[in-house]
Design a protein around this ligand. Sequence first.
Ligand code: ZN
Length: 252
Amino acid sequence: MIWPFRRRQRAASTPELDPALLRQASAGLPWLRGLDPTYQQRLRILAAKFLQDKTITPLAGLTLNPVQRLRLALLCCMPLLEFGAEGLHGWHELVVYPGAFRARRSHMDAYGVLHEGEQELIGEAWMHGPLVLSWADVCADIAAPTDGYCVAVHEMAHKLDALDGVMDGTPPLPRAWQRQWAADFQRAYDALCDAVDAGRDTAIDPYAAEAPEEFFAVCSEYHFSDPSTLRAAMPQVAEHLERFYGKPLLTR
Ligand SMILES: [Zn+2]
């Protein structure tokens, strides 16, 4: 009696996506063009789970049709092709603004002074809360998929980073790999910070020098949207990300 019950449960836990909807949503995403059947299947299951688990909330007058919702799910699940559905744990909502949004933020500086102010953001990932995206920026990433930007991937990298309870630029990994990752990322991050401090041009967006967690998120964007620049600038980081995310889906 146990086995049939289990089978019904498993069938219910991976809902099927409408094939016509999936075709339309995938056709708009350049990253999925060369995806082999094994990964296509993985992505389908992940996106179905995403749509089942997450509430997608468009704000400020934005409306999203089913194709656009599925496209968001597919984009957010691209970084999970190797990691798997555990990468969706710990949060329940994707909030989507029509464009860049203003957010009131505060941070404590090294002297213990609390600074508050408004910032213009295109994406945000709360430690235990929603993932927030600007729809205009998601569309701009899709229109220029090899420019080094992908806000959905950036915010998903923060969500993966946060899975072990700290946003520090290192997602949960097997111990030996985590040690190597931390050492290689730290070295590349320090070199980038030195270049930025010295006013030198950097191969990747200097925003990555803001903090180790931003470094991981920005390098993740390059893995998906400009992998050859990442590989040339930081081969060890590129190698870790290939192992973590799988081979780059686009090559320049
Ligand atoms: Zn970030």
